[in-house]
Design a protein around this ligand. Structure first.
Ligand SMILES: Cc1cc2nc3c(=O)[nH]c(=O)nc-3n(C[C@H](O)[C@H](O)[C@H](O)COP(=O)(O)O)c2cc1C
Length: 515
């Protein structure tokens, strides 16, 4: 099915909505004996260890998440230490928890639904200082690279992206691929939405680390899927490329034209005894795939404009903290500290903190689907439970004006908890931040692939919110939600929009002794 037949995205979106009824009527249970392995392992490839003792960048986290590195004056080519920082702080193991049976569970740098870590990172690079040109898999478990192909294959990406300028000039491209089963074991067909979210939180960290290393970076979603998947030797029934990030600027010539690409058929360890297939996800992926460089060139750029509605309610000016007032905890410290808050204290945060969060997280993402720069597909709505200087209520974030529009005043803690799939977190948090998107113009412009872009953008912004919260010593947690109830709650303002992502932010409850 083609990218322009929008029935596919609407069908997938509507069929994977959560509702009060759908949650209660779903007979799915977790089959622990068939739980997928969290790591992709190539048993026959040699490991190339990444350096572990690497000097930190020291850049303040709030600067790193909000800075888009401009065009470098000279070359910006990552070497091995920079590679190690980029990979570790976006997808590496940052925490280890002992389970009652004596085994360990490994948490990673970026938040991920169910801690199921369905995303793999691959590197496609020319010769870098300390690393030969090649295609590599990032092995999270042993913090190593494994070479899948030798030589400079960036020309395949240049062709597949219709000569996307950031890709053509990048010495390194980090390609992100999602493995359906690893997440669908728990979340079934909704996993394709999670691809956007969980890839997005990784990219939020990656972009922050690129900024800290002063490496230009651009998120690229426009590419001929089949060519990129073939380059990575993916079994596309099980794993597919979702996005890529062009990193750095090379002073060298554009990559050479690709040679003939042999199939590799590399062996990988099975994830589970058996895997359950959810064909609707593969259908959604297939019908949002691009098939030629010409398609890709027509696809990228020109984000649909969003006319800003007149303010119907009271508008409150935001009060973001200046660079001089922000906390200077560096990006590495903040990523190591980040975790999903398991209980909020029901204590207030300040308007300055909330303003800083929203301001820093939404200053723009450099992406091939966001043009001109600064565009955004998602809109931000909030339920404010406890923010000093703001009445509790429902708000719309008027990003361009730096203000919050009060949609309705009142104590909505109970509704926030309900909307977040009847979990306490958004009811106890100081604020619940909802991303909603009007999918109609987005799909009209970008076809079904606009659905991927909308989910990914929300994941990136949600990932930045996580970092902006932890940079201010606050807590945060991503959450899932009852789709249509969220839209109804924020209507009439949000009528026609779709719920895409939810993050709760506040002060973490102090752990009781012994807990
Ligand atoms: C998009 C997204 C949705 C999430 N949804 C929930 C949720 O509904 N309930 C919950 O308790 N945690 C939720 N989480 C938190 C994850 O469970 C958590 O990220 C994961 O266990 C990894 O732990 P960490 O974030 O502390 O590293 C979500 C996280 C993300 C990124």
């Amino acid at each position: 099915m083609s990218n322009s037949n929008l029935d596919a995205a609407w069908r997938y979106h509507n069929d994977t909505k959560h509702s009060y009824q759908s949650i209660r009527s779903n007979p799915h249970y977790l089959d622990w004996r068939n739980q997928p392995q969290p790591f992709k392992v190539y048993p026959k490839l040699d490991a190339i260890p990444l350096p572990r003792q690497v000097p930190q960048t020291g850049m303040a986290a709030l600067s790193a998440i909000s800075t888009i590195p401009g065009e470098p004056e000279s070359a910006a080519v990552p070497e091995m230490n920079a590679l190690a920082l980029l990979l570790y702080y976006s997808a590496g193991v940052t925490k280890q928890k002992r389970l009652p049976g004596g085994e360990s569970f490994f948490f990673r740098a970026a938040a991920c639904t169910g801690a199921l870590y369905e995303f793999e990172l691959y590197l496609v690079c020319g010769t870098l200082p300390g690393l030969d040109a090649g295609v590599y898999h990032f092995g999270v478990a042993d913090f190593s690279l494994r070479r899948l192909r030798q030589g400079d294959w960036r020309g395949v990406l240049a062709d597949a992206t219709g000569a996307e300028p950031a890709i053509v000039r990048a010495p390194l491209v980090i390609v992100c691929a999602g493995t359906y089963w690893r997440n669908a074991w728990k979340y079934q067909a909704r996993t394709y939405r999670h691809f956007g979210w969980d890839n997005g939180t990784i990219i939020a960290n990656l972009l922050a680390m690129c900024a800290a290393l002063r490496l230009p970076a651009e998120v690229v979603m426009g590419f001929v899927d089949e060519e990129v998947n073939r380059l990575l030797d993916l079994d596309t029934h099980r794993e597919v490329t979702f996005s890529m990030v062009a990193v750095g600027r090379t002073p060298a010539d554009p990559p050479p034209p690709p040679g003939e690409m042999q199939r590799l058929g590399l062996e990988t360890m099975p994830l589970s005894r058996e895997e359950v297939d959810y064909p609707v996800m593969r259908e959604m992926h297939g019908s949002s795939s691009l098939t030629s460089a010409g398609n890709v060139r027509a696809w990228r750029g020109k984000t649909p404009a969003k006319p800003l509605s007149a303010t119907s309610g009271r508008a409150i000016r935001m009060e973001p903290l200046s660079d001089l007032e922000i906390r200077l905890d560096d990006i590495e410290q903040v990523i190591l500290r980040r975790g999903s808050t398991r209980q909020f204290a029901r204590e207030p945060i300040t308007l300055g903190q909330l303003s800083t969060l929203l301001d820093r997280a939404t200053r723009g993402v450099s992406a091939d689907f966001l043009s001109p720069a600064g565009g955004q597909l998602n809109d931000v709505y909030l339920i404010v439970n406890a923010v000093e200087g703001l009445s509790p209520g429902a708000y719309f974030f008027r990003r361009e004006e730096g203000s919050l529009e009060l949609l309705k005043e009142g104590d909505f803690r109970e509704q926030a908890a309900y909307l977040g799939l009847e979990q306490e977190l958004p009811g106890d948090a100081s604020v619940a931040v909802f991303f909603l998107a009007d999918l109609r113009p987005i799909l009209e412009r970008f076809g079904n692939r606009g659905y991927r872009a909308t989910q990914l953008e929300a994941g990136i912004l949600g990932g930045k919110l996580y970092l902006a919260a932890y940079a201010q010593r606050l807590g945060a947690s991503g959450l899932t939600f009852f789709d249509d109830d969220v839209t109804n709650f924020f209507s009439p303002h949000a009528a026609g929009k779709s719920a895409i992502f939810l993050t709760a932010i506040g002060r973490a409850a102090r752990k009781r002794p012994g807990c």
